[in-house]
Design a binder for this molecule. Sequence first.
Ligand SMILES: [Zn+2]
Length: 309
Amino acid sequence: MSDVRQHADDIHEQFSDHIDVSVEDVEERLTTLVDEYKVPIDEARRSVTNHYLEEAGLEREDISGGDSEAANIEDVDEPEEWIDLTAKVIELWDPRSDSVAQVGLLGDPTGTIKFTKWAKSELPALEEGGVYELRNVVTDEYQGRYSVKLNSTTVIEELDEDLEVGNDTSEIEGALVDMQSGSGLIKRCPEDDCTRVLQNGRCNEHGEVEGEFDLRIKAVVDDGIDAHEVIFDKDATEELTGLSLEEAKEMAMDALDTTIVADEISEDIVGTYYRIEGPTFGRYVLADDVEELGGPADPEELLIKARSM
Ligand SMILES: [Zn+2]
């Protein structure tokens, strides 16, 4: 089967339930783009898919990406992948948008992940504590955190069994070799449930807002094998540095400059060895429990090593 024909087959399968279109029609559109307009096949596929989405009045989330594969939660590390999960509903949260029917946390033996179920998907309600086989869910990523979306192509089957939910806590022992920008005294958007970090007084979503001060550290910790990105929230930062949010605000006010806080913190922690424990969210470890360890510390040398990885 030709490459174009295979893509045509895939696209046809995605839309066959929604609109009356033949494989030949799809193939012809692809061929025209590829042969006459010299469009790369991936781009042609996107373009033809968009055409049929529009024709069917559907959104990208409404069609499946082809064959979904059984996956474990810990393996989710790419957006836009179509997977099958067997998972337990650990928690349900209040949806904050009318377009969302249910939102919450799923768990399997390898970890936990947020899920969102669209209102228009008209899927049955998931119960807290229930174990389900969820076929054809699509992965998503936001700021390094992964989630799965249940959509109109998702098939939900309730299983009559319990499922042990794994602890996805990470433990890292190593040197804190770098502190990243966006650390120290920051301002967050005060809008409900937003909490985005402001850039020059602006929230990406809500524009110019009166920010609320917060303390945070984004750091790189090198355990000798890997470099891990670790986030310390306000409590963890206060514990790590002995500097409270109030003290940090005073320090910044005295200096008329918030960056002094990050500078002070950096001086204090870069090059120090820590044992850090906390849950993993995407590529980040959220520091829950931190212990300072003794150990050799030559930040320059460690930094060179970390950057060479
Ligand atoms: Zn905002």
